[in-house]
Design a protein around this ligand. Structure first.
Ligand SMILES: Nc1ncnc2c1ncn2[C@@H]1O[C@H](COP(=O)(O)OP(=O)(O)OP(=O)(O)O)[C@@H](O)[C@H]1O
Ligand SMILES: [Mg+2]
Length: 240
């Protein structure tokens, strides 16, 4: 991992400021790190240190009241902080997938898994027959460990456990074939068994597709088990 030029993602002296009581002040400061193709890098640190802000900045999804005030983010040597809305959308559709924190609420409660998966899959795949599409959806669900994909497709989110919903979201992300997945606390809300399942799945995706993962987690056990490399943040900066 010594070649500097081949990194997939390179963050340089990133500074993100947030607005509090009408004043902007830096929350994330001088954060620099790289992610190389196919590796799992953990970004860890105490609550509030700026991990989610960093993740959102990378994919152009900072909320109102927060913005990048210094530094650069390169994806395959392209300076993506200069991107417009269209470029960001394409980047998120084709290159970098973000599994947001609290993503268990990320599925629409009143639509079946099939409907929601079709919507995501059609961003990437040309229209095919219904039968072909169903086979494809089933194969995606099988890849994330479901043995009865038909019944999952027909389900509404509330009929699935938290771990199952997280795996459905991961299946949707797999269909976008990203080069890098940023998973923001993907296991925090899960029980031990589902935590293990999701972690094993991330490892499998790395192995099968050469997927790079930026795993944001304060669960030290998960981090130790999974990460090839650990980046430690504290109060907005990298400490090691
Ligand atoms: N849109 C915003 N406007 C103002 N302040 C914000 C905004 N988003 C985040 N912050 C502040 O920035 C700090 C860092 O938030 P962030 O969500 O990145 O932390 P985190 O490291 O992901 O924490 P956790 O481990 O709890 O998820 C917090 O103190 C938060 O209050
Ligand atoms: Mg967070």
């Amino acid at each position: 991992m010594t070649t500097f030029a081949n990194s997939l993602l390179r963050i340089e002296q990133l500074e993100i400021s947030c607005q509090h009581d009408g004043k902007w002040r830096p929350i994330v400061q001088d954060v620099s790190f790289q992610v190389f193709p196919g590796e799992i890098v953990a970004l860890t640190g105490p609550s509030g240190c700026g991990k989610s802000l960093t993740a959102h900045a990378i994919v152009g999804l900072l909320e109102a009241g927060s913005r990048v005030t210094n530094g650069q983010v390169f994806y395959q040597d392209r300076d993506i902080l200069t991107y417009n809305i269209h470029d960001w959308q394409q980047l998120r559709r084709e290159e970098i997938a973000l599994l947001i924190q609290h993503s268990l609420n990320g599925l629409n409660p009143i639509r079946t898994v099939r409907k929601q998966m079709v919507e995501t899959v059609s961003q990437r795949k040309q229209s095919t027959s219904k039968k072909e599409l169903d086979m494809y959806l089933c194969s995606l669900l099988q890849q994330v460990g479901f043995t009865d994909p038909e019944s999952v497709l027909a389900s509404y989110p509330f009929q699935l456990s938290g771990g199952m919903r997280q795996r459905v979201l991961l299946a949707m992300m797999v269909s976008l074939q990203p080069k890098i997945l940023i998973a923001d606390e993907p296991t925090t809300a899960l029980d031990v068994i589902n935590r293990e399942r999701v972690l094993s799945l991330l490892k499998k995706l790395q192995h099968d597709f050469g997927l790079a993962v930026l795993l944001i987690s304060h669960d030290q056990q998960s981090v130790k088990r999974l990460a090839d490399r650990v980046i430690q943040m504290d109060r907005g900066a990298i400490i090691r």
